[in-house]
Design a protein around this ligand. Structure first.
Ligand code: C5J
Length: 225
């Protein structure tokens, strides 16, 4: 399958491609979570939910592999470097009790993926202690076992966990595509810059496209039972 993308067409086979949805968890998208404690306007991120949902539904219908990630730490914070917890001047720090339970702790209400994009059984859902999806998660091994060579990325935030994950994937040999209207930042200028960085220099990190360019290609595939 070949879709229009930048800096040039992106080619992939669904059987060897995973849709990777980065950190669409309540902590970042809803008031009272990690994103808001850092002083951000979380409503900016809510705008991409309909486009993400449309791609997820189409990907599932076509029978593609789906990976969900959550930025999450263990309850005892043993996987949270003190430097990460100490950084900045947030209203609440990682592990503190907030409006949706303990901030950025696995299993807490705020750590759940938003209901619109909730994982189905059979999909991969990983907790990641870092910004990148490949650090300390075993994701690379699971993708290799599944024969995955290409990754289509959505999620938040563009210049932090999405870009870090794309760069980690790139260094591991995956061809990555970022869906521009399915990713967002608390800082619009950072999103613009990150999207341009991905596709610069002949796809130095990967490709970019819109959901409008991907969805017709998925719809043309035979639906899976
Ligand atoms: C951040 C993320 N921004 N998921 N995490 O701290 O991008």
């Amino acid at each position: 399958m070949k879709i229009t993308a930048l800096p040039f067409a992106y080619e992939f086979e669904l059987a060897h491609t995973a849709l990777v949805i980065i950190d669409m968890q309540r902590d970042f998208v809803e008031p009272g979570g990690f994103g808001e404690t850092l002083g951000n306007d979380v409503s900016l991120l809510q705008a991409i939910v309909p486009a993400c949902k449309a791609v997820l539904q189409a990907w599932r219908q076509a029978g593609g592999l789906v990976v969900h990630t959550r930025e999450a730490h263990k309850a005892d914070l043993s996987d949270c470097p003190p430097a990460k917890r100490a950084r900045g001047n947030p209203a609440l720090r990682i592990g503190d009790m907030g409006a949706m339970g303990r901030i950025l702790i696995a299993g807490e209400p705020g750590n759940q993926i938003i209901p619109e994009l909730a994982p189905l059984s059979g999909e991969i859902a990983i907790d990641k202690p870092g910004k990148g999806a490949f650090y300390a998660t075993g994701l690379h091994e699971r993708l290799r076992q599944a024969g995955i060579t290409h990754l289509v990325f959505m999620g938040v935030t563009t210049e932090v966990c999405v870009q870090t994950s794309m760069r980690e994937a790139n260094d591991r040999g995956y061809d990555g595509l970022l869906l521009e209207d399915c990713t967002e930042s608390y800082f619009p200028a950072f999103k613009t810059a990150a999207v341009e960085m991905v596709r610069a220099q002949g796809a130095i990190v990967g490709w970019t496209a819109t959901s409008g360019e991907l969805l017709p290609a998925l719809a043309a595939l035979p639906a899976q039972p």
